[in-house]
Ligand binder design. Sequence first.
Ligand SMILES: *[C@@H]1O[C@H](CO)[C@@H](O)[C@H](O)[C@H]1NC(C)=O
Ligand SMILES: *[C@@H]1O[C@H](CO)[C@@H](O)[C@H](O)[C@H]1NC(C)=O
Length: 484
Amino acid sequence: MAERNPSLMGQKKSMFCLFSITSIMLFVLSWLFVLRSTGHPYFIDHKLLPNHKLFASFDSNPSITSNPVILKEQVEEPQENNLVKCNRNNAILKVFMYDLPPEFHFELLDWKREGKGVWPDIRTKIPVYPGGLNLQHSIEYWLTLDLLLSEFNHPTRARSAIRVHNSSEADVIFVPFFSSLCYNRYSRLKPHQKRSINKLLQEKLVKFLTAQVEWKRSGGRDHIVLAHHPNSLLDARMKLWPATFILSDFGRYPPNIANVDKDVIAPYKHVIKSFVNDSSDFGSRPILLFFQGAIYRKDGGFVRQELFYLLKDEKDVHFSFGSVQRDGIHKATQGMHSSKFCLNIAGDTPSSNRLFDAIASHCVPVIISDEIELPFEDVLDYSQFCIFVRSSDAIKEKFLINLIRSIGREKWTQMWAKLKEVEHFFQFQYPSKEGDAVQMIWQAVARKVPAIRMKIHKSRRFSHYNVVEDRGPILVKLPNNFAE
Ligand SMILES: *[C@@H]1O[C@H](CO)[C@@H](O)[C@H](O)[C@H]1NC(C)=O
Ligand SMILES: *[C@@H]1O[C@H](CO)[C@@H](O)[C@H](O)[C@H]1NC(C)=O
């Protein structure tokens, strides 16, 4: 019946046409893909790295009053009241840092203040960060140390950011609360406590911030707040959301509180040792695919279990559950240094330090995490040194293992070489050096400055006749659709 129906026949013909057009297009596309995958040297877009010329060229001129806005076509500054900020050739981020009481930062590291100063004298001794897994979220520590050091003429320190003491001259306002450390050490209730120190400090912080002229001036929009541990700042994030957060991912944030447009994703500090003088090659790394991690059954974590069953009988695949604890670090280091590919599967959050461990090991990351956001992805093309696989594909029988086995010596070696090229972008150290993680984070913040400034300017449009009301300490409204 249907065969004789003329309109259906026509439909079939046009579908056939569509089909052939599609196959031609696929052919062309696959050609483009081949061309693209052989060339394309510009995986780091240096044109987009605003400060690339400035890494080493800071002339310690104390009268610097310009700002790091990257735009070339800037109007000359007509007067001194900040109407138009302009770029006088040096794109260094100017950061005002609150002198928060030490209980918010170095006292959490058991540092004891001497005299009235709120900051340690870093010329004599640097407070030590507790080791182990705490370190993976220590971003707050490295950034704060870098700002403190920016006041001294350190010969090797790179300068993407400097501390300024006049907040009117700053591009951003930095909030030096070590929220991840605070969560790790002080979120558990002690017997006599009604509320944890972690909660109390967050409350104090919100009270402090919202009372500052800097916060009121911008509604908090130019503030930089760190919350790298997914559970850190759990309470305060709801009140500080106009600020730019520095996070590991957005897994535990409603999109109106944090998102990739407003906020900055920072790498974890890897816990695996860097592979110094790596002279390994495709043949000398015996393990094809390596995974070690905890097992999760909730959220996105089911993929881990599925993959375990799919891969457990494959030879040259190492798949084990269990977190990387003390002596585990040594074993995991050995494992990743001896593997060609390292799996990075979403757990109870989209990101984990495993990716950065893999990069430090020059073990090509295989990323199975649909919601992951990656550090510096606006200037870095991860597809040049990572394999991405959708979760829905990864759990198909044989899909993943066939894909990995299809990547030969030449392609793998290219990716391995890229890993060696980018690894220093993910390296936290003190003093910070050119192009390391600390500098990359400051630059990522600098790239947010034009958008921040635009938001602030827009918020001032009606300032001439709006009655300025005292709205109390909390100036920001919670988003309507937020549910705790
Ligand atoms: C801070 O900077 C602003 C703008 O440059 C300037 O008007 C003001 O006088 C400065 N304040 C101090 C205390 O130097
Ligand atoms: C790496 O190689 C350099 C130069 O050959 C050498 O000085 C250094 O000690 C090596 N480092 C390690 C950890 O092997």
